[in-house]
Design a protein around this ligand. Structure first.
Ligand code: SF4
Ligand code: SF4
Length: 472
């Protein structure tokens, strides 16, 4: 198949983990220092005094409020229903009173209708959490599992943030794709569960791979049933052994269809969906509009697999998230448990406040996240990181220079674009020419920005150009 790379097994086994990664994924940037070290136990943040819950925390239709201003709510109570398959139900993440339903800037800075709850400090649940069902996952019908995943409000962020149930359902209904000029109907053969984070600076998935989590096996079994995958591949970071529970799952598979693949998680952007599939399986997802299912793959991270296990066995909604907090302006960082909807300022305050005035606050990771100046912006289901960076840790934009044609951006681009040329088109508003030269193949990893000696803000220009081209 076009784009598939085969390595002879004999010489493949002789390679180091770094060389294995490089053999299939030679682009990107190696980060040997300052990467997240997810060894710490998660830090619990106190219950927030208020939460801001956008009615849309994914790409799709917004949910519809079923509460009004002044209503009393309890944790886990449904506050907005999902009228369509592309929307998700929304639940109160603290107990208290609905203070308002109004537009609020989400993490992209887009005004989004949101429900604001003023907490009463009790964390009273709508009803006591149900006891875990002691049923084998195989005893559920796949449709029941998908129903529970949707009811829990889970999303996947592997390509773009979408409701997980809508990402899974088309897997059950294979489509025909045009790949390499041929029409191919591709069924899922491989389920990839990745313990790599989207950036080396983020650490939640690597942390989860290193601990025992009773819901993980259930989640993986459920995803395997729904996708119909024959093989399971666990992708782990070679720098963070041991992934004991994953090794146990591999050993327990008598049919030997489950294997562990170690990659160099410090080579950014290997943790993004398209590079990880290439590095782990040697398969190339067709760009610009391809999906892992186009090459027979269902890809989810550890966080998602565990959330699926919890949703199926407890039927509780997702009310909190694990995120990575870091940056030189924070007195302490690490893996932090936070209620969804908590303003980022409250998270920072609960960790001791800024140790020095930050030059930039980023929601997400330093390479692919979004800069913010409003500390009331809420943590949402899409949030996986929060960084407060000092002047020494950032390149201030606004002082960029002309391209000097050094070619460094071309060398690192994981999808083989000419970022310098694209940025020139975008800066001159020649969006049509940028599109013709592959703008939409850009996965917005930020490698080109990072290496550019002229400090050209290329990802910013690309996002602006895409926005302009997609505007109605
Ligand atoms: S052009 Fe896009 S994909 Fe290529 S390095 Fe830049 S941000 Fe990454
Ligand atoms: S890295 Fe910067 S200066 Fe070098 S070719 Fe690319 S855009 Fe131009």
């Amino acid at each position: 198949m076009k784009g598939q790379i085969f390595l002879h097994p004999i010489w493949y086994t002789l390679l180091t983990e770094e060389h294995k990664t490089m053999a299939l994924f030679a682009k990107g940037i190696p980060f040997s220092k300052k990467v997240m070290t997810p060894k710490l136990d998660p830090i619990d943040t106190p219950l927030p005094k208020r939460v801001i819950l956008p009615l849309k925390q994914y790409i799709g239709e917004p949910s519809q409020p079923v509460v009004t201003k002044g209503d009393k709510v309890t944790t886990g109570q449904l506050i907005a229903a999902a009228p369509t398959d592309t929307s998700l139900p929304l639940y109160a993440t603290i107990a208290g009173t609905v203070k308002d339903i109004t537009d609020y800037n989400d993490y992209k800075g887009t005004p989004t209708p949101s429900i604001i709850i003023e907490g009463d400090g009790t964390d009273t649940w709508i009803e006591p959490p149900t006891k875990k069902e002691e049923k084998e996952i195989s005893s559920y019908a796949p449709t029941e599992i998908v129903k529970r995943i949707h009811a829990a409000g889970l999303i996947t962020t592997q390509l773009v943030p979408v409701p997980l149930a809508t990402d899974l359902v088309p897997i059950d209904q294979p489509k025909t794709h045009l790949i390499g000029g041929q029409r191919i109907t591709k069924k899922i053969d491989t389920l990839v569960i990745t313990a790599l984070d989207r950036e080396p600076f983020l650490g939640v998935n690597r942390y989860l791979a290193g601990i025992h989590n009773k819901e993980l096996a259930d989640g993986i079994a459920a995803l395997k049933m729904i996708t119909g995958a024959l093989y399971i591949r666990f992708v782990v970071d070679a720098h963070y052994p041991p992934a004991t529970q994953l090794k146990d799952l591999v050993a327990a598979d008598e049919e030997e269809t489950t294997t562990l693949i170690s990659l160099n998680g410090r080579r950014f952007p290997i943790g993004l969906a398209i590079p990880v599939i290439k590095a782990a399986l040697g398969r190339e997802v067709p760009l610009p509009y391809g999906h892992p299912r186009d090459v027979g793959v269902a890809l989810y991270d550890m966080t998602t697999a565990i959330a699926v296990g919890k949703a199926v066995s407890t039927q509780l909604p997702q009310v909190d998230s694990l995120i990575t907090v870091g940056g030189g302006a924070m007195p302490k960082g690490g893996i932090v448990t936070v209620r969804i909807g908590t303003p980022i300022g409250d998270v920072i305050e609960s960790l001791g406040g800024f140790s020095t005035p930050p030059a930039k606050i980023i929601i997400g990771g330093p390479m692919t996240g979004m800069a913010h100046y409003d500390l009331t912006t809420p943590i949402t289901k899409e949030t996986d990181g929060l960084f407060a960076l000092t002047h020494d840790e950032i390149q201030l934009s606004g002082d960029y220079r002309q391209c000097i044609n050094c070619g460094l951006c071309v060398k690192v681009c994981p999808v083989n674009l000419l970022p310098g040329v694209l940025s020139l088109y975008c800066a001159k508003d020649r969006f049509d020419m940028a599109e013709a030269d592959g703008l939409f193949q850009c996965i917005e990893c930020g490698c080109c920005d990072y290496v550019c000696p002229s400090r050209r803000p290329m990802v910013h220009l690309f996002r602006h150009a895409k926005h302009q081209l997609m505007a109605p």
